[in-house]
Ligand binder design. Structure first.
Ligand code: CP
Ligand code: NVA
Length: 329
């Protein structure tokens, strides 16, 4: 019997495969209820607070809608407008918020910040993205893979691009725990840290997953079920790194050729937002400066039948709802 009441979600490394499976299953149940219009106000009267030191569309909206569907109120505190960090320490903020709210979401910079919040908070703390990890995104990704392929175990999951940041790290952990074969494909300097790889090797040995680190896109993507990527420059990184990233990661762009190499049944995934055209301010700025029209994925692949990106985005809400319900009710 899985009981997650009162638990923080700081990183997937802290959860057992059974607990992750439970959350993915609960999310699927909640998704069905939502689709059928069956009310599920199972946290009626509770209140949660959402701390965002970085921007967000999906994560913020997922927490707000999930909270509302469960009968809870949510308070959003953005990068400006609260005392946190400037006049009040993390430890003090945690104790104040925990005295008023039933749970705290945090999106921001170092993993140590969300860990400290949790240390000083008597209510659950959920990581809505740090530089190192993005655990709620991985739950959505696992649900999306499960819905599409009907299973997680044995799926060949290839992550292209900057694999040493929040998405690459967390996907490696999620795959290693849940028995998906994970390949990171990038120049070597973009592979996850040796320490995290060593930890995941142990998890993979237990789950039957394999972990591979490959610099050749053709070799990496042959036989892949899922080709996944993320932006080449993450929130909070300096603009100066764009030139180097474009130069070094362009060979790892997800193109129609890469998808063909993977095979007909392969799908494309991306946590979003994505630079797949010149339809954004930053996309246009970078496009003009470096003479590119798309970055980590071509518009053709992004818009193709093989792309699951919008299903994946929707699943953020159902999986975050599962995390809220499991830790609060
Ligand atoms: N994928 C994701 O976390 O999106 P947001 O930055 O919009 O929350
Ligand atoms: N790696 C990206 C993920 C966004 C959801 C970032 O941190 O900006």
């Amino acid at each position: 019997m899985i009981n997650l009441k009162g638990r923080d979600l700081l990183k997937l490394l802290d959860y057992t495969p059974e607990e992750i499976e439970y959350l993915v299953g609960l999310a699927a149940e909640l998704k069905e209820k939502k689709k059928k219009g069956i009310p599920h106000r199972l946290c009626e009267g509770k209140n949660i607070v959402l701390l965002f030191e970085k921007d967000s569309t999906r994560t913020r909206c997922a927490f707000e809608v999930a909270a509302a569907d469960l009968g809870m109120s949510s308070t959003y505190l953005g990068p400006t407008g609260s005392q946190m960090g400037k006049k009040e320490s993390i430890a003090d903020t945690a104790r104040v918020l925990a005295s008023m709210y039933d749970g705290i979401e945090y999106r921001g910079f170092g993993q140590s910040i969300v860990e400290e919040l949790a240390e000083y908070s008597k209510v659950p703390v959920w990581n809505g993205l740090t530089n190192e990890f993005h655990p709620t995104q991985i739950l959505a990704d696992l649900l999306t893979v499960k819905e599409h392929f009907g299973r997680l175990r044995g799926i060949n999951f290839v992550y292209m691009g900057d694999a040493r940041y929040n998405m690459g790290n967390s996907l490696m952990v999620g795959c290693a725990k849940m028995g998906l074969n994970f390949t990171a494909c990038a120049p070597e300097k973009y592979f996850p840290s040796a320490e995290l790889i060593a930890e995941c090797e142990k998890l993979a040995a237990a789950s039957g997953a394999t972990l591979k680190f490959e610099t050749d896109p053709k070799k990496a993507t042959s036989g892949a079920d899922v080709i996944c990527t993320d932006v080449w420059v993450s929130m909070g990184e300096p603009a100066e790194v764009w030139e180097e990233r474009i130069r070094e990661l362009t060979p790892y762009k997800v193109t129609a050729e890469i998808m063909r190499n993977a095979g007909e049944g392969a799908v494309f995934m991306h946590c979003l937002p994505s630079f797949h055209d010149l339809g954004t301010v930053i996309g246009r700025e970078i496009g003009e400066k470096f003479g590119v029209t798309e970055m980590e994925v071509t518009n053709e692949v992004f818009e193709s039948e093989q792309s699951l990106v919008f299903e994946e985005a929707e699943n953020r809400m159902h999986t975050i709802k599962a995390v809220l319900l499991a830790s609060l009710a």
